[in-house]
Design a protein around this ligand. Structure first.
Ligand SMILES: Nc1ncnc2c1ncn2[C@@H]1O[C@H](COP(=O)(O)OP(=O)(O)OP(=O)(O)O)[C@@H](O)[C@H]1O
Ligand SMILES: [Mg+2]
Length: 549
């Protein structure tokens, strides 16, 4: 498993101490048996060996448990951290295709499953050692009986495995069902308003969507558990049959030394607890197997999709830039369900510092997609982006993205101004809050915003606050003004945009507000993924335009 490489040393240590505990345990048993069968003949060595083994066994058990706690919690931490990093390193388009609910299901569901099993492994090793040592002792007591016991165990394990294969299949199915249930649970929390407002929809969602998903999950889990329960019962029965054979059948077949018989019975009874533990916990191991498959699938898919070099946190984009050129860039969305696709491009465009560019066009014409291509969030499948004459490649795309601040329509607000190490950050932020008319609503303390519980328009202004503070070269606003009141729209188009221009920023505005198109230096219109026309208002100084979005 590629995610567990780091903690291999610790894992081996835990397993080793588990093994020592197992050997010690079996040694103790052998000593007890010797003492019972040689009544009255206790020697000094026997007593001291007993004391020594007691201490060794206890100590190795404690050590094993301590390492285990560290290992399991450490692994949970490492796995989550590693997957989170991989998620952030993966291309945006790949993540969109994977879907958020599947990422969440793995982060919350699969990782604890693996850790649960991991905790078991040293115990498994300890108990397996005990069983092996017991078997060795049995062999020492009597070869023939030992061979019989081994043959019996092989048959027992084989018959147990046959039923368990089916149970594993159901465990896999239940895990697949979890993915869809996660999606429905998101619909439940995100779609509460829509479900509350329409009783028919609510009823249908509960009975058709949630109910069917949950009952499928329940069915698979019940089936898997039932099979395991029956298999465990069967394994227990076999164990008792074994003891029965040893204590009833063997003495009747041929004269067996009573001492051997007692030894055998004690050992087999002693083996019962470890065997029960193993039988009871095999489902946990098998569930972890399914979870590991899921994590690996996701991990590999994330790992193989990310070829981009990640820049160091200290790396900064250059303060000056001369040109940003899109040369024949193309992006295609494939929709698997109905085999349709949407292609944007090929598009050729050039941006220079300090201009206001409007990107207009009807719904679904490809504006947001173009925005993602310009900002380096999507990788063009054909053509290239050239920044300062240099092509943007996997090696420098992360650095290239640091030139941009973007507020997309599905923007996300963080509770604090993370990663902005500016002198007097709070004072600057307060000044901008005032300009955005949010100073009476939101306070800022050591980069932490006092609240995010605001109206939609106000939240978008908070997104603008971050954009101001980032002070990047190029700004992209995806329909930023669409939910601002008329007064603030004026402020956006007549104050904020000119101010950004005055600071030498290039601003790309995706907008449907045709009333304000005249403030643009240039306008591009997209139609069905193609550049329909562009208009240079700065040069033409054209009168109010007739462009319709
Ligand atoms: N995640 C996606 N998966 C598949 N196809 C998509 C996806 N997002 C967008 N599309 C397709 O790409 C086209 C362009 O979408 P885009 O979001 O770029 O349009 P837009 O111009 O920003 O529209 P709007 O004005 O509604 O925001 C859409 O018509 C849609 O068919
Ligand atoms: Mg859009």
């Amino acid at each position: 498993m590629f995610l567990l490489r780091e903690s291999r040393g610790l894992a081996i240590l835990a397993v080793l101490s588990g093994l020592i505990a197992g050997v010690g345990n079996s040694g103790l048993l052998a000593l007890i048996n010797m003492q019972i069968t040689n009544v009255g003949n206790s020697t000094k060595t026997l007593v001291w060996s007993y004391v020594g083994l007691c201490i060794l066994t206890l100590a190795s058990r404690v050590v094993s448990e301590l390492i285990l706690t560290r290992l399991s919690l450490g692994t949970m931490f490492d796995l989550r951290m590693k997957l989170s990093k991989q998620i952030l390193a993966a291309p945006l388009r790949h993540l969109e295709e994977l879907r958020a609910h599947r990422l969440l299901a793995t982060l919350t569901q699969d990782i604890p499953e693996v850790v649960n099993a991991l905790i078991m492994i040293p115990m498994f090793c300890m108990y397996l050692t005990i069983i092996i040592a017991c078997l060795a002792y049995l062999a020492w007591l009597s070869w023939i009986v030992f061979l019989g016991v081994v043959a019996f165990i092989i048959v027992a394990v084989a018959s147990y495995q046959v039923s368990v294969v089916q149970a594993k299949r159901y465990q896999k199915l239940s895990r697949e069902e979890w993915d869809s249930l996660f999606k429905h649970l998101r619909a439940l929390t995100d779609g509460t308003k829509e479900l509350k407002l329409h009783s028919g929809r609510r009823q249908a969602f509960l009975s058709q969507v949630l109910h069917s998903s949950m009952s499928a999950l329940r069915r698979f889990l019940v089936l898997a558990n039932n099979i395991y329960a029956v298999a465990a019962g069967w394994a227990h029965l076999l164990l008792f049959i074994l003891i029965g054979l040893v204590i009833f059948a063997i003495p009747s077949m041929r004269a067996v030394d009573a001492r051997i018989l007692t030894g055998y019975t004690i050992i087999i009874i002693y083996m019962m607890a470890p065997m029960e533990f193993i039988i009871a916990n095999l489902p946990v191991l098998s569930r972890a197997g399914v979870a590991i498959g899921k994590i690996d699938e996701l991990g590999f898919s994330l790992e193989s999709s990310s070829k981009e070099a990640i820049i160091a946190p200290s790396a900064k984009a250059e303060i000056t830039w001369s040109s940003l050129k899109l040369v024949g860039i193309v992006h295609t969305y494939h929709v698997k369900q109905d085999n349709s696709s949407f292609t944007l491009g090929p598009i050729d465009l050039t941006f220079v510092p300090g201009e206001r560019v409007f990107l207009v066009g009807g719904n679904g014409s490809g504006k947001t997609t173009l925005g993602k291509l310009i900002t380096g969030l999507y990788v063009p499948e054909a053509g290239e982006v050239q920044f300062n004459g240099e092509p943007v490649t996997d090696a420098n795309r992360d650095l290239y993205r640091q030139n941009f601040t973007a507020v997309f329509s599905d923007y996300f607000l963080f509770e604090s101004l993370l990663g902005l190490y500016l002198p007097e950050l709070d004072a600057q932020a307060r000044r901008y809050l005032e300009q955005l008319q949010l100073d009476h609503k939101v306070n800022i303390n050591e980069g932490h915003l006092s609240t995010l519980d605001l109206s939609q328009g106000q939240r978008k202004r908070l997104a603008m606050l971050t954009a101001y503070l980032e002070n990047r070269n190029i700004y992209l606003f995806d329909e930023w003004a669409s939910d601002q009141d008329p007064m603030f729209k004026e402020i956006f188009y007549y104050q904020i945009l000119p101010e950004l221009k005055a600071r030498g920023k290039t601003v790309i505005v995706i907008s449907h507000d045709d009333r304000y198109y005249h403030v643009a230096d240039r306008i591009f219109k997209l139609e069905n993924g193609k550049l329909a026309f562009q208009k240079d208002l700065a040069i033409a100084a054209a009168a109010p335009t007739d462009i319709q979005a």
